[in-house]
Write a protein that binds this ligand. Structure first.
Ligand SMILES: *Cc1c(COP(=O)(O)O)cnc(C)c1O
Length: 369
């Protein structure tokens, strides 16, 4: 019995191998490997896909966060409100910009930060709010947009797990001041290596980010502001252009698999993902809320199904951060509890219906075995 993985980026790249090899060969032959025509085209195409005026390619999702905050002028002395229940990269990206992360609790049904928790964390130092659209669906954006307008805060979306998902008919990444995307190989929209993208309607911000990503250059050998190196190379840009044309259909396949799970998993002791009324879910991950997680995972493994935990240790409990980040006085009880109960089961567009059935059978049978 072959083990079903939680994600399988190799399967997708195998299926697209011909087109990927073609563009790879084209880039090699071009002699132009950095900030060339592939990236220029990708930036136009991705902005059009998300529904913003601009997009900018950078080296990773972490860098997308750092460069966006730097470009917005959010840095030393500024607080950025975000989740602890997220990839450590969210918080790392904020600190790399020189800003101070302020972590707040999440909604137990949707796993994203709540407007009320944000409201309570706002101080005179708050400069930005960074909701993380976790697992494939949006945070409660209508109220968060309202709060940011009321308190004159920048709104930077972490969209690394929700490429293509919508809120009130708009793609995530087009709602705030900017959207930050990772294209790490397991994400819904993925490179064959590291890559990141930023979306925005702010032309001034785009200018600054384009300068920061290459030594602060506004023209060759002229550094107008302090910069760094965070470029998205031509090979990854060309690969992402191929994949962008499939993104909606790949997300639809994820939704089909999710529907099979939602209909097929019959256990009343397991909480299934809930979909917000106002948005679409692109199921970057399919996360269950279970009792006795270790036992559940062991039983699933016995049935040949891998599972994972996103994330077992919230950022405020990581050694690098614990004890020194700003948290609510009451702590983060929902985050703490859920991090002990959540478990991700396999979901990726290339899963066959047979594989999906095997996972469903395993979940339904793993009770009391
Ligand atoms: C993957 C991810 C990132 C970081 O992406 P990298 O490309 O690995 O730097 C940031 N935030 C979230 C929510 C992610 O899932």
């Amino acid at each position: 019995m072959t083990l079903i993985p939680v994600a399988d980026p190799g399967a997708q790249n195998q299926l697209m191998s011909r087109s990927l090899q073609e563009v790879f060969a084209k880039v090699i032959a071009s002699g132009n490997y950095i900030l060339g025509p592939e990236l220029e085209a990708l930036e136009i195409e991705f902005a059009r896909f998300i529904g913003t005026s601009f997009s900018v390619g950078v080296a990773s999702g972490t860098d997308a966060i750092t460069l966006t905050l730097k470009g917005l002028g959010v840095g030393a002395g500024d607080e950025v409100i975000t989740a602890s229940h997220t990839a450590v990269a969210t918080v790392a990206g904020i600190e790399l910009a020189g800003a101070t992360p302020v972590l707040v609790d999440i909604d137990p049904r949707f796993y994203t930060i709540t407007p009320l928790a944000i409201r309570k964390a706002i101080t005179s130092r708050t400069a930005a709010v960074m909701p993380v659209h976790l697992y494939g669906q949006s945070a409660e954006m209508t109220e968060i947009v309202g709060l940011c307008e009321q308190f004159n805060l920048k709104l930077v979306e972490d969209v690394s797990q929700a490429h293509g998902a919508t809120w009130a008919g708009r793609r995530l990444g087009s709602i705030g001041s900017a959207g930050c995307f990772s294209c790490y190989p397991t994400k819904n929209f993925s490179a064959i290596g590291d890559a990141g993208l930023i979306t925005t309607n702010n032309a001034e911000l785009v200018k600054r980010i384009r300068a920061i990503r290459q030594y602060g250059w506004t023209e060759r050998n002229y550094s107008e502001i302090p910069g760094m190196n965070s470029r998205l190379d031509e090979v990854q840009a060309a690969i992402l252009r191929v994949k962008l044309s499939y993104l909606d259909s790949l997300n639809e396949r994820r939704q089909e698999i999710a529907k099979m799970y939602l209909n097929g998993i019959l256990r009343t002791d397991i909480v299934l993902p809930e979909i917000r009324e106002n948005g679409s879910h692109v199921y970057h991950l399919f996360v269950l809320n279970v009792n006795e997680r270790d036992q559940f995972r062991e039983k699933m493994l016995n049935f040949g199904v891998s599972t994972a935990v996103h994330y077992p240790r919230p950022v405020h409990q990581q050694p690098a951060y614990s004890g020194r980040l700003k948290l609510p006085v009451a702590g983060l009880p929902v985050t703490d509890e859920l991090s002990n109960r959540i478990v991700s089961i396999p979901i990726f567009p290339e899963m066959s219906n047979d594989m999906v059935e095997r996972v469903i059978d395993a979940v339904n049978s793993s009770i009391g075995v």
